[in-house]
Design a protein around this ligand. Structure first.
Ligand code: HEC
Ligand code: HEC
Length: 403
């Protein structure tokens, strides 16, 4: 977690409030964002509108069948809605039977993620569970050629598909007639186009949950929801807000429920992930990145937003949990009743933090509530209190209809 003051200060320095203000202006100005065509004399086409077409185009994979939206379905806050992904914890690629190693996160509200950096308390920001992509455009360049995702053999084959798409002329109107001449250049323009859609379309940052309307005084929370909110914030109870802040980071931005820091929670191993069939394979998070090898970063993953969390199962970087109540119960009983979550070894001893190599287990956070307990202690939340926290989390789903 980051202390509130530092958090606000860092956000101010790094998110550049101007960009948030600009974003909101865009939202109100045109609802979808637009950029005039640089090609004079042709009808103006918005970059975001072309980006939207690319985002939903299932002909851009090899073979055809998978778009960004296949894994990031707007009906589920841009997560994977396939039953298999929810039960296994990870998404299947366009080649049947090929699975990635990580849960598909929501990509809503990511326009507000600061670029990756280091603050006094450690790393924060960046895209992906390990922050390795600096910008939405960098990120959008990954899936097209990832063999367990859209499976294009190379950039040229992806560019070629866009060149033959029905909206290729619109793409040229945005970028110029010679845009397809150079493969690397065209590829980066395609990713910038998709990023423009993600940055400007209101569906990615609607702030239309019951909680948002409650903040504006337009609806009441039920007593269970309100109790859950208080337990979520209370330092000696859930203490969830320590890492998932429920206060607005700036006057222009409502609460995001993430401070964008990284932490090791010791989430149990998900044996459904094919890569985990190798007992020596571990997803090390931050220290698994090519650019870091500091042992203190091993097992740490980015704190995700909790907006829409009720509709974005499965949970955690490895998709281990498919039920929100289990997640909250895990937080408060991990250190009191580890046998509920971790398997025994050959001699019947429970192996805590079984998804991390032994030498990194000391990185797991065992000092901050709610996981500062020891066997015999009372959990930070009772069963009824867990239900109330879950009731509160349910108020974070966008698209709430005011009574
Ligand atoms: C096969 C499923 C799949 C497809 C297709 C896919 N993604 Fe993703 N996406 C994922 C997974 C899994 C992650 C997390 C990967 C990681 O952390 O290493 C992710 C992460 C992201 C993130 C970062 C989210 C965060 O929390 O930091 C963004 C943004 C994103 N995807 C956008 C896209 C775009 C744009 C496309 C199309 C060009 C796309 N994705 C295609 C599965 C998919
Ligand atoms: C010390 C920081 C910290 C505290 C305190 C904390 N969390 Fe988290 N939370 C995280 C991190 C880090 C992750 C991602 C871990 C991972 O993927 O391995 C996470 C993930 C989650 C997820 C999964 C979301 C998703 O989309 O996968 C939920 C739900 C959640 N937290 C709820 C809570 C609740 C409820 C509380 C309070 C009872 C809480 N958290 C307290 C750091 C924290």
């Amino acid at each position: 977690m980051r202390s509130m003051n530092t958090f606000t200060a860092t956000l101010k320095q790094l998110v550049v409030p101007v960009s948030i203000a600009a974003l909101f202006t865009l939202f109100t100005a045109c609802g979808g964002g637009s950029e005039a065509s640089p090609t004079a004399g042709t009808q103006a086409v918005s970059k975001a509108a072309v980006g939207e077409k690319i985002f939903f185009d299932t002909s851009l994979s090899e073979p055809a069948g998978m778009a960004c939206a296949t894994c990031h379905d707007p009906a589920r806050a841009f997560t994977d809605s396939h039953a298999l992904a929810i039960s296994m914890g990870v998404s299947e690629g366009v080649i049947p039977g090929q699975f990635g190693g990580r849960n598909t996160p929501t990509i809503a509200y990511h326009v507000l993620t600061p670029v990756f950096g280091f603050a006094e308390e450690g790393p924060y920001g960046g895209l992906f569970h390990d922050g390795r992509a600096a910008t939405l455009a960098d990120q959008a360049g990954g899936p097209p050629t990832n063999p367990v995702e859209m499976h294009n053999p190379d950039m040229a084959s992806y560019v070629d598909k866009v060149k033959n798409a029905a909206y290729a002329d619109d793409f040229k109107r945005v970028w110029g007639n010679d845009v397809f001449d150079n493969v690397a250049d065209a590829y980066s323009k395609i990713t910038a186009t998709v990023a423009e859609f993600e940055k400007t379309d209101t569906r990615f940052a609607p702030f239309s949950s019951k909680f948002d309307y409650w903040l504006k005084g337009r609806v009441q929370l039920s007593s269970d929801e309100l109790d859950g909110f208080n337990l979520f914030n209370a330092r000696d109870k859930g203490n969830c807000a320590a890492c998932h802040p429920s206060i607005a980071p700036s006057s222009a931005t409502p609460p995001l429920f993430t401070d964008f820091t990284y932490d090791a929670l010791g989430v149990p191993r998900n044996t459904a992930i094919p890569a985990n069939g190798d007992p020596n394979y571990f997803d090390l998070g931050l220290c698994g990145r090519a650019d870091f090898n500091s042992p203190t970063l091993c097992g740490k993953f980015k704190v995700p937003t909790l907006r829409n969390v009720a509709v974005t199962a499965p949970y955690f970087h490895n998709g281990k949990f498919s039920n929100l109540r289990d997640v909250v119960k895990f937080y408060v009983t991990r250190d009191i009743n580890p046998e509920l979550w971790y398997p025994p070894d050959g001699s019947g001893n429970i192996v805590k933090f079984d998804d991390m190599p032994d030498q990194y287990k000391t990185n797991v956070n065992i000092t901050e509530p709610p996981y500062d307990r020891r066997p015999g202690d009372l959990p930070a939340l009772t069963d009824a209190e867990i239900d109330h926290v879950v009731a509160f989390l349910n108020t974070l789903t966008d698209g709430y209809i005011l009574p």
